[in-house]
Design a protein around this ligand. Sequence first.
Ligand SMILES: [Zn+2]
Ligand SMILES: [Zn+2]
Length: 175
Amino acid sequence: MKEILTGIADLIFPPRCITCGELLEQHGPLPFCPPCMAGIHFIGSPLCPRCGTPFPAAEGEDHLCGECLITERPYAVARSVGRYEETLLTAIHRFKYRGKTGIGDLLSRIMADFADNIWDMKAFERILPVPLHRRRLRERGFNQAVILARGLSKRFNIPPWTGNSGRQTFKAHLP
Ligand SMILES: [Zn+2]
Ligand SMILES: [Zn+2]
C-alpha cells in the first residue's frame, strides 16, 4: 500500500533533486541526483578527535591538531558532518536563508545518520539547539538549529534542553 501511495505521489510530485531540481530517476536513500550526491563531502578520519578538523592526508591516525594541543576547548568533542561547500552549502543556504524547512528535516536526518555511526546516542541526556538572538529570530522567523535538533531528538528519543527559564522551547522557535 505504501508503495502504491508513493507511486501516486511520484506522479503528482515527481521526485526532484533537492539542490538542483533535476528529476530523480530512482529513489535513493537521499533525494539528491548523482552529481549533487558526489558534491557532498563527508568528513572522516584522519581528524582531530577534539575539534573535528580533518587533516589533508587521506590516511593516518586521528590525533590532536596543533590548535587543540595548545588551547583548552570549552567542549569535549565537536564534529562536523561534511564540508561547507558545494551541495551542502547550497542546501544549508536554502534552508537558512530561504526558509526551506523541508531541507532542514533532511539535513537533520543526515546529521542523525552521521551521529549514529560515530557515537552511542543512548549516552546523551539532552539535545541543545544553539539559541538564536531574539532579533535574528524575528527576522528569520525560525531558528534553524531547533529544526535540526528536533529531528535528532525524535530519532533518538532524547528530550530537548528547554533552558533554565523554560522559554527556549522547541515550539517557540519553529516556523
Ligand atoms: Zn542535483
Ligand atoms: Zn583540534
